[in-house]
Design a protein around this ligand. Structure first.
Ligand SMILES: *[C@@H]1O[C@H](CO)[C@@H](O)[C@H](O)[C@H]1NC(C)=O
Ligand SMILES: *[C@@H]1O[C@H](CO)[C@@H](O)[C@H](O)[C@H]1NC(C)=O
Ligand SMILES: *[C@@H]1O[C@H](CO)[C@@H](O)[C@H](O)[C@H]1NC(C)=O
Ligand SMILES: *[C@@H]1O[C@H](CO)[C@@H](O)[C@H](O)[C@H]1NC(C)=O
Ligand SMILES: *[C@@H]1O[C@H](CO)[C@@H](O)[C@H](O)[C@H]1NC(C)=O
Ligand SMILES: *[C@@H]1O[C@H](CO)[C@@H](O)[C@H](O)[C@H]1NC(C)=O
Ligand SMILES: *[C@@H]1O[C@H](CO)[C@@H](O)[C@H](O)[C@H]1NC(C)=O
Length: 728
C-alpha cells in the first residue's frame, strides 16, 4: 500500500462523511435557518425558505433535485405563522413533540400536538417519500407524520382522505398565491356524505366532483385513473376512505396539487431535459367538469351545443331562461310522477353520477333489489349499480334534485332515472310480456269455450314462435264450428293477445279485486250453491274476465258434485292441470274442497308474481313457483315475489297478506289448508294469519313436464311413476 492510496482513501472517507447530509434529528440536536435535512436517497430536502417575492421564512419540504430558481415546495409547516427573521429553529422534544420557534426564538410558530403515547427515544426523520415523520427509536411506527397534515400537494403514497377510526381528515388547501403559503379558498378532499366522492370546493361552494367510486374508477373523472406514469387506488371500508397513487417509475417526479391562481387541481411531471414542469392534466378539465353548470335535473355534454340538456323525459323549468343559456333553474319532469300509481325508470348511459350529498348506498344489494327499493321510496329519483366491475353489484340511490350529471362519450356508467310510467319504455316492454304470459292469456269476454280454447291455442302458438316455452293444449274442432263460434274469425273475439293497454289496467287494486272475486266464486261452489261443487280444474285459463275485470270461473267440465255432507272423494282417473293439482290429488286421486283451495293458492301466486307455476325457473334454485315463494317468505322478503309492476303499490301490506294466504292454501296436508270461507275472511280482514308450514310440491314434480286437461278426463293416470302423458 503506497502513500498515494492511503491519502486517497482517507480523503474519500472524509468527503463521503462531509457530503452525506443528515436525514434526521434527535432531541439533542436542532435545525436552524440555513441547515437542512436531506432524505436518504436525496429526493427531498427540509429547511427554511422564502417563497416568491415574500420576505418571510417558512419551514418546508421541497424536491432536492430541482434547481433553486424552480424550487418546488410540497409541504409547509408554519403556513399561517411566518417567521419574520432568520432565527428560526426546529427541534424535537423528548416527548416526541416537534416545535418550530421563530421571532428571535421567543415564539413557537408551529408545533405538532403532543403525542398521547409514551415515546422513549424520539427522532424526527425525512423519508425518501417526502414524508417527515416522528418515530420512536428504530420502531417503524410513526408517532406523527407530515403526510397526515398535507398542504396543497398529494405526493405518491400519501393517503388523501379519512381515517375513520381517529376522525383524521386529510385534505388539501391551496396556497393563497405563489408568494404566500397561507390558506387560499380552494380545497380538495374526499367527502363522505351519502357515498364518498372527491370534491374540490371554492370557499364553501362545490366546484368540481369526481362522481361515485364504482370499483373501476370515479364515474366522472378519468384523470384519477392509472396511466403510464402512475397507478392509483381508492380504499373504502369501515376504517379508512382515501385516494392514493403510486409512481410506476420512482425516478419520475410527479406532483398533484391545488393551484389557487388557476382555480384547478393540476398534475405535473418533471422533464429533466428541459428542466421544466410539464402539465399532465388538470381538474376541472372542461366546462362540464364544473359543478352543476346545467342546473338541477340537467346534464352537461361537451360534445353538444349547447352543452346543457335536460335529462331524458325532462323539460326546462323556465324555457325562456334556458333558451338564453341561463341553465340555473334546471329541468322538471315532462309528465308528473305518480309514486303510488306506476312510475318507472329510463336508463341513461355513460354518465358521471349525480351529486352524492343526498344519496344512499348499500354494497350488497343487487340492481334488481336496488330498483325495487328506489321505486318504493317516493323521493328516490335515480339508482344504479354501485360497482360496475363484473356484472355489477351494490346499489346507489339519489333523492331529490339530480345535480351535476355529466354525459361522457367513452366513460362513466349507467344511471336509471325515475320517470312516469308512460315515459318508461323499459316498463312497457317488460310488463306486457310478463303479464301476457299468465294474466293476459286467458283473459276477456265470455264468448264461449270453443272460442276461448281456439284462441288460446293460437296465441300460445305465437308465443312459442317468440321463443317462449309454452305448451299447447290440443283441442280439435271442425273449421266450420270455429268459424261460426268466432263470428267468422272476427277480431272482436280475439283473445289472449295481452294488448298493452290491458296490462296497465291490472294494477294491484284490480288484481286484488280479481283475487277476491275468484275466492267468492269458489266459496259459492263449495258452500253456497245447492250442490257442493268441486271444480277440480281451477287455473288461470279457466278464469274469464269481463270488461269490468270481474272474474268468472268457467269450464266445469271436470267438476264433481258432492252430497251436502260429503267432503272427499277418490278417483282413479286423475284429471286436471299439472301445476295446479294438489299433491294428494295428483298422487292418490283424492279430491276435496281442499284440493280446489290448493289450486286457488297457486292461482294467487301466479296473479301476484305474473308468472306461471308450470315452466317456472329461477337461476338460484331448481324449484317451482311455490318453492320460490316459500324461499322468499322464509328469508323475509316476500315482496320480491311480486311482479315488479306492483312494487310501487301503496298496498304492499295487502300484497304480503295475499302471499301469506297463498302459502296457507298450498300447504302439504289438506287439513292445514284453510277453507274458502276462511280465505274470503282472511282477504277481507286484517286479523293475524296462521304461520304457514312448508308447502306441498316444493320441487318440480315429474308431472310438470307435461299437461293434461280435458273435458272428459281421458288423459288421466293415477300413477306417480308416469311422467309423460300423451295429448289426445
Ligand atoms: C434577539 O435576542 C438576542 C439575545 O436574547 C438579543 O440580543 C437581540 O437583541 C434580539 N434581537 C431582536 C431583533 O429582538
Ligand atoms: C393538533 O390538534 C388540533 C385539534 O385536535 C388539530 O386541529 C390540529 O390540526 C393539530 N395540529 C397538528 C399540527 O397536528
Ligand atoms: C398556477 O397556474 C397559473 C396559471 O395557469 C400558472 O401561471 C402558475 O405557474 C401555476 N402555479 C404553479 C405553482 O405551477
Ligand atoms: C326555445 O328555443 C326553441 C328552439 O329554438 C324554440 O322552439 C322555443 O320556442 C323557445 N322557447 C322559448 C320560450 O323561447
Ligand atoms: C343492504 O342490503 C342487504 C341485502 O339486501 C341487506 O341485508 C342489508 O340490511 C342492507 N343494509 C342496509 C343498511 O340497508
Ligand atoms: C326514502 O329514503 C330516504 C333516504 O334513505 C329516507 O330518509 C326516507 O325516510 C325514505 N322514505 C321512505 C318513504 O321510505
Ligand atoms: C328536479 O326533478 C324533481 C323530480 O321531478 C323535482 O321534484 C325537482 O323540483 C326538480 N328540480 C328543479 C330545480 O326543478
Amino acid at each position: 500500500m503506497d502513500i498515494l492510496c492511503l491519502t486517497t482513501c482517507f480523503l474519500l472517507i472524509i468527503s463521503s462523511k462531509v457530503s452525506k447530509a443528515l436525514d434526521m434529528i434527535s432531541p439533542s440536536d436542532s435545525l436552524t435557518d440555513g441547515m437542512t435535512l436531506v432524505s436518504n436517497d436525496g429526493s427531498f430536502e427540509l429547511g427554511f425558505f422564502t417563497p416568491g417575492s415574500s420576505k418571510n421564512r417558512y419551514l418546508g419540504i421541497w424536491y432536492k433535485n430541482i434547481p433553486i430558481p424552480m424550487q418546488t415546495v410540497v409541504w409547509v409547516a408554519n403556513r399561517i405563522n411566518p417567521i419574520t427573521d432568520f432565527t428560526g429553529l426546529l427541534k424535537i422534544e423528548t416527548t416526541g413533540k416537534v416545535v418550530l420557534q421563530g421571532q428571535n426564538r421567543t415564539t413557537t410558530v408551529w408545533s405538532t400536538n403532543s403525542s398521547t403515547e409514551e415515546v422513549g427515544n424520539p427522532i424526527l426523520q425525512l423519508l425518501d417519500s417526502g414524508n417527515l415523520v416522528v418515530k420512536d427509536g428504530n420502531s417503524e411506527n410513526y408517532v406523527w407524520q407530515s403526510f397526515d397534515y398535507p398542504t396543497d400537494t398529494i405526493l405518491p403514497g400519501m393517503k388523501m382522505g379519512w381515517d375513520l377510526r381517529t376522525g383524521l381528515s386529510r385534505r388539501l388547501v391551496a396556497w393563497k398565491n405563489p408568494d404566500d403559503p397561507s390558506p387560499g379558498d380552494l380545497t380538495f378532499g374526499v367527502e363522505l356524505e351519502g357515498n364518498p366522492e372527491i370534491v374540490i370546493r371554492k370557499g364553501s361552494t362545490k366546484y368540481s366532483r369526481s362522481g361515485l367510486w364504482n370499483g373501476d374508477g370515479f364515474s366522472g373523472a378519468p384523470v384519477y385513473r392509472s396511466n403510464p406514469v402512475f397507478t392509483y387506488d381508492f380504499v373504502w371500508n369501515e376504517e379508512e376512505v382515501y385516494y392514493i397513487y403510486f409512481l410506476k417509475d420512482k425516478s419520475v417526479m410527479s406532483r398533484f396539487f391545488l393551484n389557487q391562481t388557476e382555480g384547478a387541481m393540476d398534475r405535473y411531471t418533471w422533464n429533466p431535459e428541459t428542466q421544466t414542469w410539464n402539465l399532465f392534466h388538470t381538474i376541472p378539465n372542461d366546462y362540464c367538469d364544473r359543478y352543476g353548470v346545467c342546473g338541477a335535473n340537467g346534464t352537461c355534454d361537451n360534445s353538444k351545443f349547447p352543452v346543457c340538456q335536460c335529462l331524458k323525459a325532462f323539460n326546462p323549468k323556465s324555457p325562456e331562461s334556458w333558451n338564453s343559456s341561463d341553465w340555473s333553474q334546471g329541468c322538471i319532469h315532462n309528465k308528473p310522477l305518480n309514486c303510488q300509481g306506476g312510475d318507472g325508470f329510463i336508463r341513461i348511459q355513460g354518465v358521471k353520477t349525480p351529486d352524492a350529498t343526498h344519496s344512499w348506498v348499500n354494497k350488497s344489494m343487487d340492481l334488481k333489489e336496488c330498483r325495487v327499493r328506489c321505486l318504493k321510496n317516493c323521493s328516490c329519483m335515480a339508482y344504479t349499480s354501485l360497482y360496475i366491475t363484473g356484472t355489477g353489484s351494490g346499489c346507489a340511490m339519489w333523492f331529490g334534485d339530480l345535480m351535476d350529471i355529466k354525459q361522457q362519450q367513452s366513460y362513466g356508467q349507467d344511471l336509471y332515472i325515475r320517470v312516469s310510467a308512460s315515459e318508461s319504455e323499459e316498463l312497457k316492454k317488460k310488463h306486457t310480456m310478463k303479464l301476457s304470459l299468465i294474466i293476459a292469456t286467458p283473459i276477456t269476454v265470455l264468448s264461449g269455450l270453443l272460442v276461448v280454447t281456439y284462441y288460446i291455442r293460437r296465441s300460445r302458438g305465437k308465443l312459442k314462435d317468440n321463443g317462449e316455452n309454452e305448451d299447447l293444449e290440443h283441442e280439435v274442432f271442425e273449421l266450420g264450428t270455429i268459424s261460426r263460434a268466432t263470428d267468422g274469425f272476427s277480431s272482436n273475439n280475439k283473445l289472449g293477445q295481452g294488448d298493452k293497454r290491458r296490462c296497465k289496467v291490472l294494477d294491484w287494486p284490480k288484481r286484488f279485486q280479481i283475487i277476491c272475486g275468484i275466492a267468492r266464486g269458489l266459496l259459492y261452489l263449495h258452500q253456497d250453491s245447492r250442490l257442493r261443487i268441486i271444480h277440480r280444474d281451477l287455473k288461470a285459463s279457466n278464469v274469464l274476465l269481463d270488461s269490468e275485470m270481474n272474474p268468472k270461473i268457467s269450464d266445469f267440465g271436470l267438476a264433481r258434485t258432492f252430497g251436502a255432507d260429503q267432503t272427499e272423494a277418490n278417483t282413479n282417473r286423475v284429471v286436471g292441470t299439472y301445476g295446479y293439482m294438489a299433491p294428494e290429488y295428483a298422487i292418490d286421486g283424492l279430491f276435496s274442497v281442499k284440493s280446489d283451495v290448493f289450486s286457488f293458492g297457486i292461482l294467487l301466486l301466479e296473479i301476484i308474481s305474473a308468472t306461471k307455476n308450470r315452466g317456472f325457473s329461477h337461476p338460484d334454485h331448481s324449484g317451482n313457483l311455490i318453492e320460490h315463494a316459500w324461499r322468499l317468505w322464509k328469508e323475509g322478503r316476500p315482496l320480491e315475489l311480486a311482479d315488479d309492476f306492483l312494487a310501487n303499490s301503496d298496498n304492499l301490506s295487502e300484497i304480503v297478506r295475499c302471499i301469506h294466504i297463498s302459502l296457507l292454501c298450498v300447504q302439504q296436508h289438506p287439513e292445514w289448508r284453510p277453507t274458502m270461507s276462511s280465505v274470503v275472511l282472511m282477504l277481507g280482514s286484517e286479523n293475524e294469519l296462521p304461520i304457514p308450514k312448508q308447502p306441498g310440491f316444493l320441487l318440480k314434480s315429474p308431472f310438470e313436464t307435461d299437461s293434461s286437461s280435458g273435458n272428459d278426463g281421458s288423459s288421466s293416470k293415477n300413477e306417480v311413476s308416469l311422467s309423460l302423458l300423451e295429448p289426445r
